[in-house]
Ligand binder design. Sequence first.
Ligand SMILES: [Zn+2]
Length: 154
Amino acid sequence: MKSTASSRSTQIGDLPRIECPRCHIKVIRTKSRKDDVYYKCPNHFTTNKSTCPYYWYEQPYLEYLRSNHPELLNPASAAEVESAAEIVAEEVNGNLNLQIYQLKLELNEMKGKLGEVMLEIQETKKEMKETKNEIKEEIAKGNKAAPVFSCQIS
Ligand SMILES: [Zn+2]
C-alpha cells in the first residue's frame, strides 16, 4: 500500500520556461495523454507536422536548460530542497545522521591509515629492491656465499 499520495506526477517540478528558439514565444508546460509532462512551443502540435517542431520531455528539457540557459536554473533551489530533505530526515531519525557522520569520520580515519600502510608497503618494496640489487652485486662480484639476509615474506 502506498503511504503517500502525490498530486504531482512529475519528478522535477515546474521548470523555468524559455522562449521557443524558432518562434521566440514562451514554451508552455503540458501533459501528454500518458501523463508525461513536457514543455512545448505553443506553435507545436503533434497532430500537425508542419507546425513548430520544438518540444521537450521534462528530463531533456532540464538538460537543454542546463546547457543553453544555465542562468535560469537557480542552484539555491536545489540546495533548499536538499536541506529540507535533511530536516525531514532529522525529524524521522536524528540519530541516523549522527551515526552516518561518525561513520564518515571513521572512514576518513581508515583512509588515512590505509594511506600510511600503502606508504609502508612502497617503502618495503623499495627496500626489497635494494636488497635484491645488493645480492646481485654480491653474486656479480663472485661472492657465492649465501646472502646474510634471508628475508621471507609469506
Ligand atoms: Zn516554436
